[in-house]
Design a protein around this ligand. Structure first.
Ligand code: ISE
Length: 338
């Protein structure tokens, strides 16, 4: 295995991008952040000083094509993900893109077309729950077959407070994680969804504070996703898988149970950066380890595209109050084995 240092350029130095820069710098041996891009100059300079990056840019394409940059991490706003990822593919550079891959399945497909035309996987997607130790244990139990066939997936996803969000945003930015978890943990594709939502106000149906999705899988399994972006008490993500002869579930709260004054309580994390701290480190570590071997790993652009196909169906279902089917395309060979 090669121990060469991979020179990384990071696009977006906000909360998520800043965390990735910190992890790549302090937690991941084999990576060096050499370039940063952001339109916020003050933030850009602050992060550059902290990580020692020599190049600070305000244009994403300039960073991607910079001769010192070997691999790119995209943590820009969602609407830029697909175009920036395609620019990385055009430049022949490996890219770690935060989720979602795009803001529609049609846009995600353009990334697939570009990657497939290039003939090799260059994209890893930030579906970090695949690296959360509790989720990994549940996956191992279900895949071992010790609980028989997997019958159902239940996902609960709670955000402290998001501010008034649109239905599209809740599905594409938040529930997209749960859609991916469902596909990954069930080892199956979602073929039909029925979505209901609670808007912020009855006369603002294009908004959503809570989305409930019923899932039907190709092999007969079923599932539910509850995504509440306005819980008001903290951040939680948990899954429960039901097998023929048992169940496996995560228990996201790792804090001590404290009993005091007739109360039994537990501290609840504030946000995803706290809850998935370990997963964020492990996913970038896996990315760099793979790049050192000239390989690709983890959630792929195809996973991003399949999740977007389901997300589009969920939005259509919530708008029409009808169940919506998802046509499953054939998987291109470069994504086989995932
Ligand atoms: C955020 O962008 C994330 O990716 C978090 O994991 C998710 O829980 C949150 O809802 C999103 O807004």
């Amino acid at each position: 295995m090669s121990n060469r240092v991979i020179k990384v350029g990071v696009i977006g130095t906000g909360g998520m991008g800043g965390r990735h820069v910190r992890n790549l710098t302090n937690e991941v041996t084999g990576a060096q952040v050499v370039a940063l891009m952001d339109v916020d100059q003050a933030r850009l300079k602050e992060v550059a000083v902290a990580c020692g990056a020599s190049h600070t840019l305000t244009d994403g394409n300039a960073l991607i094509n910079h001769p010192d940059v070997e691999a790119v991490l995209i943590a820009a706003p969602d609407r830029f993900h697909a175009a920036l990822t395609r620019a990385c593919i055009a430049a022949g550079k490996p890219v770690f893109c935060e989720k979602p891959l795009a803001t529609s399945a049609a846009e995600a497909y353009q990334v697939i077309a570009a990657e497939v035309a290039g003939g090799r996987r260059l994209v890893q997607l930030g579906f970090m729950r695949e690296y959360d130790p509790a989720h990994v244990k549940v996956k191992q139990v279900m895949d071992s077959g010790q609980l028989g066939k997997t019958l159902a997936f239940h996902g609960v996803h709670v955000n402290q407070a998001s501010g008034e969000s649109t239905l599209d945003d809740v599905v594409i930015n938040s529930a997209i994680h749960d859609i991916h978890s469902a596909r990954w943990l069930m080892s199956d594709e979602i073929v039909r969804v029925y979505t209901s939502h609670v808007p912020y106000q009855p006369d603002r149906p294009h908004t959503a504070r809570l989305v409930l999705i019923q899932l039907h899988f190709r092999n007969g399994g079923i599932g539910t996703i509850e995504c509440n972006v306005e819980a008001g008490y903290g951040y939680e993500v948990d899954v429960k898988m039901t097998g023929e002869s048992g169940a496996a579930q995560t228990n996201s709260l790792q804090s001590a149970v404290v009993c005091r004054a007739n109360q039994r309580g537990q501290w609840v994390e504030e946000d995803w950066l706290q809850r998935f701290n370990t997963a964020y480190i492990l996913e970038t570590k896996a990315w760099i380890d793979a790049l050192q071997k000239d390989a690709a790993t983890g959630p792929s652009a195809w996973d991003g595209y399949m999740a977007m196909l389901v997300a589009d169906a969920c939005i259509e279902s919530a708008r029409s109050a009808q169940a919506v089917s998802v046509a499953i395309p054939e998987t291109p060979s470069i994504y086989a084995g995932r």
